[in-house]
Design a binder for this molecule. Structure first.
Ligand code: FES
Length: 182
């Protein structure tokens, strides 16, 4: 009788050991399953967020103020509004004009090279004088100008929704140039 009890106890102990080994052996698979499930849930969460907050292109405003006429020096090509509004503002002896920062070849954004006194397009090498006239490279025509005027508060206001093209005589339009009045 005592012997039978001892055998049963030994069997139970052996059984418990087997269960523990099986459990430990299955641990990597359980972990992998959890990792996979967490990854899948994260993917669904990210897709949901993209759906709720889709990529939106925020166009810069077409009309904006750039400061007082006295903020600009004669001969200055201001690059301060290039990134935000996509224009250069040029102050010459007579007044102001705003050049749109789009190359007339294939639409890249030229850079103002102050030491060389020209706009230079990094894509195919077109060059433009500070007036906007093209003089080198493949650009077929000058840069475009935007409407420019004095606002009621005395600031210069640029309106890119109105564009003036040299080859169409647009630069003769009074709205393409703001004379300086002290
Ligand atoms: S896009 Fe400017 S030179 Fe080609």
């Amino acid at each position: 009788m005592a012997e039978a009890k001892a055998q049963k106890a030994a069997g139970t102990a052996a059984g418990t050991g087997t269960n523990r080994r099986e459990f430990l052996a299955s641990f990597p698979f359980v972990t992998a399953a959890w990792v996979a499930m967490t990854g899948a849930l994260a993917g669904v969460g990210a897709a949901t967020l993209r759906f709720l907050y889709p990529n939106v292109l925020y166009e810069p405003p077409q009309q904006f103020k750039i400061g007082l006429p006295t903020d600009f020096q004669v001969g200055e090509v201001s690059t301060a509004f290039k990134d935000r509004f996509g224009v250069w503002v040029v102050r010459n002896d007579e007044g102001f004009y705003a050049l749109i920062t789009v190359c007339t070849h294939l639409g890249c954004t030229p850079n103002w090279l102050a030491t060389e006194n020209k706009f230079k397009c990094p894509c195919h090498g077109s060059g433009f004088y500070s007036s906007g006239i093209n003089f080198e490279g493949p650009a077929p025509r000058p840069l475009e100008r935007a409407a420019i005027a004095l606002a009621d508060d005395g600031q210069i206001q640029v309106d890119k929704s109105q564009k003036y093209l040299f080859e169409q005589g647009g630069w003769d339009d009074p709205s393409s140039f703001l004379p300086f009045t002290a």
